[in-house]
Design a protein around this ligand. Structure first.
Ligand code: UD1
Length: 421
């Protein structure tokens, strides 16, 4: 068991390169099944969730060749339907995408129940509704989800009653080889949805409107392999922006898309932090201050404030001047990290889906648990700003989603080490 040991109160300074986006790569990896061919994907972050997903593909018969640290070749011609290993599927939320991918290629799917971060109930009723509209019979017995479309999938109008990234991505996967046209209304507009559509289109799909709330998919009989580069990770970028702000440092993020960061950028500016966007060089500079103002956030689907940035901002709100609040609309129970921040001296009250913060001048080091991926990121930020030494355990939860967080933070001057317990 490893733990992170961080000695805080050191402003971060320097430049950091942002890696490829986990939440874009995951559906793209499953989409390679539909291509039934050889795909080369660049900017794939070497992190736990991606390694586990590649292991699922290999277990299903894919040939995976690492071409470089962040470049992967995947040959899915040997993939056999319904052969995903249940124990791996159960560790990842992204494995839900196997349903859409298997349906598109084989008109049938059989996948164990998926897992992932413990953020409360993670229903898939909207995915099931969409598959049914496309002509599949779907059955969920609590352990496995099975789907079958004996007469093939056919295009349909799918109207979602709320915005779901997962359900939108699964419809892109399932509908790209369905007969006729599919229209998704109230689709998620997240950059990772756009990236999945970009990948599928490069493989020969005909998807229009990704990035808007109406997506049109004209079914094509077959996809083919392609070479594709994944977008940068807006949540990793946001995490380093928050870390720079929390420590009063000055950090330039390289390889980002400033447009994707707008809500985070605006919130930091509202708090008195300087953020400079360099669109010509795909970079952003965050210039922190010794003190900064409180704020309120409400998480929403993109382009609203991302739920995956909420815990990192909770770390900032713990030391902002004045009273702050977070209302969580996507995962109303995503507050387990608050107990850990309180061990570091934060003053937080949680009521239903809201957290209220009263500022404390300084956090202090403590032994805390990374209860999930973004909770872990919040604790790292809090520890970087805190006085004294913090030990963070359950580090695997952080490594699931952050590439070399120790190396990147050290290059910015942080006193951080991964230590075996
Ligand atoms: C969501 C986030 C995504 C984030 C990820 C992990 C949004 C819109 N989505 O994506 O940004 O990276 O969590 O934190 O911000 N829902 C249903 N039925 C369904 C599917 C979803 O009721 O069939 C609900 C969920 O309970 C949730 C909301 O819809 O309240 C959004 O879920 P969804 O976008 O599908 O979740 P993820 O794809 O995991």
């Amino acid at each position: 068991m490893d733990k992170l040991v961080i000695n805080g109160s050191r402003p971060l300074h320097g430049e950091v390169e942002i890696s490829g986006m986990k939440n874009a790569v995951l559906p793209i990896l499953y989409a390679t099944i539909i291509a039934n061919d050889v795909c080369v994907i660049d900017n794939v972050p070497p992190i736990g969730d991606i390694r586990a997903t590649l292991r699922i593909l290999v277990a299903m018969g894919a040939k995976v060749t690492q071409l470089g640290e962040t470049s992967v070749q995947i040959d899915t011609r040997g993939v056999r339907q319904g052969t995903s290993p249940d124990e791996l599927v159960a560790t990842l939320r992204g494995s839900t995408y196997l349903l859409g991918a298997e349906l598109a290629r084989y008109c049938r799917a059989h996948v164990g129940v998926s897992g992932g971060c413990l953020l409360g109930a993670r229903p898939i009723d909207m995915h099931m509704y969409g598959f049914r509209k496309l002509g599949a019979q779907v059955h969920d017995d609590g352990s496995f989800v099975s789907a079958e479309a004996p007469n093939g999938l056919h295009g349909a109008k799918i109207v979602f009653d709320k915005v779901s990234v997962g359900a939108t991505c699964n419809m892109l996967l399932a509908a790209c080889t369905a007969e006729g046209e599919t229209v998704i209304d109230n689709a998620a507009r997240e950059p990772h949805v756009v990236d999945l559509a970009g990948f599928l289109n490069t493989c020969g799909a005909q998807i229009k409107g990704a990035g808007t709330s109406t997506i049109k998919i004209k079914g094509v009989p077959l996809l083919h392999g392609c070479h594709y580069e994944v977008i940068p990770d807006m949540i990793e970028a946001g995490t380093y922006m928050a870390a720079a702000a929390a420590t009063g440092g000055e950090v330039t993020l390289r390889g980002v898309i400033p447009k994707h960061m707008e809500t985070v950028t605006e919130k930091l500016r509202e708090m008195g932090i300087t953020v400079v966007e360099h669109n010509d060089t795909d970079s952003i500079t965050v210039i922190g201050k010794p003190t900064f103002r409180s704020a309120r956030i409400e998480t929403q689907a993109y382009p609203g404030f991302p739920t995956d940035m909420h815990p990192q901002f909770a770390a900032l709100f713990s030391i902002a001047q004045g009273a702050s609040a977070i209302t969580e609309h996507v995962w109303p129970n995503r507050f387990r990290y608050t107990e850990e921040l309180k061990k570091m001296g934060a003053a937080i009250t949680v009521e239903n889906n809201c957290a209220f913060f009263v500022n404390v001048m300084k956090l202090r080091g403590a032994r805390v648990i990374a209860t999930d991926l973004r909770a872990g990121a919040a604790l790292v930020i809090a520890a970087l700003a805190a006085e004294g030494q913090t030990e963070i355990v359950s580090v695997d939860n952080i490594r699931r989603g952050y590439v070399d967080i120790v190396g990147k933070l050290r290059s910015l001057g942080a006193d951080i080490a991964l230590v075996e317990e």
